[in-house]
Design a protein around this ligand. Structure first.
Ligand code: SER
Length: 602
């Protein structure tokens, strides 16, 4: 069964049971400084789980692409990914345990045709605050599961919230006990590589968690206690990739269709097969995983850089390339993009934006390739001269060329030289020292004091709206925002446009914005629903991320002649005159069809 068939079966199954399909949130979250990426389907639904009415009703189904990058080292096993698709169904105060568990069973045994004898479930054993989940235990029994296949665990395994166990939940966070479903792989039941006496939640890989029904019914209060939410919800999430592996009966999730084309291409690139050596398999998996996450991030307009989302992407691309070196074969940026092209057929958004993705992936790959070449030359000539390669040397190589420590260690190993744990400590020490230095220099960004900085960023925020409207007026309505970022010194604005602006166009945009500043137009906001916002001509992005009510900021007269209307959370200046004047300081083409402009207060 292809992963696409599984997606379709899941959506159809729940639609037949009166669920409405909702669209996924984008992967990139740029409105929350604490979270870079969407990591679960629950993120966009939090207000509705707390009791707000969802416009599409009480039964929802969705497919949420998610990114979890906390522990990239886990990716080397056979079932963890930095990007995955979560199939989800939701009851917002509607059905509860009985329907949910019966449907889970029916879907996995009838639709996916998994052998019931190989399925196990887990149930919450209770703690001092929340009782043992006897109800789920009874439901599973009545469905026909033998007691030996129903396992009780505590809050560390059978409790779900975005923060983890109840103790870790911050005030206001919601969560609840859950009931997980596990598939036991017959293929490895007698393989001595896997644990002999393991249980479903053991990490050896013989059992795979393929779905989780969270009974989202508690909220953390200020006094540290949990209280019941006004409604009892169900939040089910199951990883598509793992479901596909269970259906295939193969515990190695990297053999499913979504990965295997890429694995095959890596095989041709390096000249030997997957599953030939344990260490090498890890590199195959890391490359396949990281490339898939990278193209999905690129498809949302992220470009590699040194901060936030861009840095996460850079790390993924560089780790993928580095693992080619571990496999004994360097790779060019272009060849990397050629391998990733395999993913176009699985992800429509990747296909649609392929030109941009290819250009940026291969450009970042080429940058790293050059850095690696320089680093490699320095390292091998130092080794050749018999120089001592210590922690300081390795750090210098990392700092100046971006040459990863693991690669230094590997190359030394190939030359019969051991990089000792003491030298590793010396490297880490330099690393920490440098981090502290850069932290203090970046806090210097706000040297005028935070109050002053926030005044400047507010002005730049309003300027971003002026720039967006100005670009559309001068260049045309095809201009759409691809990203934006503000520091206390400047704003950065990425937008869709085929080429860089001519000097004349830059001047026209700049003059128009400065005219609007001199006109001292009022800036005001009102709340409305998203369709109303669209109706009044407000620009907006990623519609699915907005709540029921959005704020629309108008520059000019909201009921009469206005220059800009945008859906936005603010804050903004009250009159454009406060901005003073604006200068466009730089522009660059950052990818196929995307131009980046930097502007500062004049
Ligand atoms: N919220 C749960 C999870 O992310 C189930 O969807 O695992």
């Amino acid at each position: 069964m292809s992963s696409d068939e599984i997606r379709q079966k899941y959506l159809d199954f729940f639609k037949k049971r009166k669920h409405v399909e909702i669209s996924a949130s984008p992967l990139v979250i740029d409105s929350d400084p604490t979270t870079l990426f969407t990591s679960s389907g629950m993120q966009q639904l939090a207000p509705y789980l707390k009791g707000e009415a969802h416009p599409d009703g009480k039964r929802l189904v969705d497919i949420q692409p998610s990114i979890r990058m906390q522990d990239l080292d886990e990716v080397a096993d056979n079932r963890h990914f930095s990007f995955f698709e979560m199939l989800g169904n939701w009851s917002l105060g509607d059905y509860f345990k009985k329907e949910q568990l019966s449907w889970v069973w029916e879907f996995f045994t009838k639709e996916l045709e998994l052998d019931p004898a190989r399925l196990h479930v887990s149930v919450f054993e209770g703690n001092s605050e929340v009782p043992k989940d006897k109800e789920s235990f009874e439901i599973w029994k009545s469905i026909g599961l033998p007691e030996s296949h129903i396992h009780f665990y505590g809050t560390d395994k059978n409790w779900w919230s975005r923060a983890g166990t109840p103790e870790k939940m911050p005030v206001g966070e919601i969560g609840g006990p859950d009931s997980e479903l596990f598939f036991e792989f017959e293929k490895v039941a007698h393989d001595p590589k896997y644990g002999k006496f393991c249980h479903p939640n053991c990490q050896c890989g013989k059992f795979l968690e393929i779905g989780n029904s969270v009974f989202m019914q508690y909220q953390k209060k200020e006094d540290g206690n949990l209280v019941e939410l006004p409604q009892r919800n169900v939040d089910f999430g199951g990883g598509l990739e793992r479901m596909a592996a269970a259906v295939a009966g193969d515990p190695d999730t990297f053999r499913i269709d979504l990965f295997f084309g890429v694995i095959k291409k890596i095989e041709s690139e390096v000249g030997f097969g997957y599953n030939s050596d344990l260490d090498k398999d890890k590199s195959f998996r890391i490359i396949a995983d990281h490339l898939r996450t990278s193209v999905n991030l690129l498809s949302e307009g992220v470009v590699a850089g040194n901060k936030l989302h861009g840095y996460a992407l850079r790390r993924l691309i560089r780790r993928a390339m580095f693992h080619f070196h571990l496999l004994g074969s360097g790779i060019s940026g272009g060849a990397l993009a050629h391998i990733a092209e395999e993913l176009r057929k699985f992800y429509p958004n990747v296909d649609k934006n392929w030109e941009f993705i290819e250009e940026n992936l291969s450009a970042e790959g080429t940058r790293f390739e050059l850095a690696l070449k320089r680093g490699l030359a320095r390292l091998t000539s130092a080794v050749g001269r018999g120089e001592e390669i210590n922690g300081q040397f390795a750090f210098d190589l990392y700092q100046t060329e971006g040459f990863p420590l693991e690669l230094t260690i590997e190359i030394l190993k190939q030359n019969g030289i051991l990089f000792t744990p003491e030298e590793r400590n010396a490297f880490e020490g330099e690393f920490e020292k440098h981090k502290d230095l850069s932290r203090s220099s970046s806090s210097g960004m706000f040297k005028g004091g935070l109050a002053e900085a926030s005044e400047i960023t507010t002005k730049l925020h309003t300027t971003t709206h002026l720039l967006h409207a100005g670009l559309r007026q001068v260049l045309g309505e095809h201009i759409g925002q691809k990203g934006s970022h503000i520091t206390s010194e400047r704003l950065r604005f990425d937008f869709s446009h085929p080429q860089k602006l001519s000097d004349d166009e830059i001047k026209k945009v700049e003059d128009l914005i400065n005219l609007k500043i001199r006109e001292n137009l009022p800036v005001s906001s009102i709340e409305m629903t998203l369709p109303e916002a669209v109706g009044v001509g407000a620009l907006h992005f990623f519609a699915e991320k907005y709540g029921e009510k959005v704020k629309v900021y108008t520059i000019g007269d909201p009921e009469g002649i206005w220059f800009s209307k945008e859906v936005c959370g603010g804050p903004h200046v009250t009159h454009t005159g406060a901005i003073g004047s604006v200068k466009i300081i730089k522009q660059e083409k950052i990818g196929a069809g995307v131009v980046r402009i930097y502007a500062a207060l004049g």
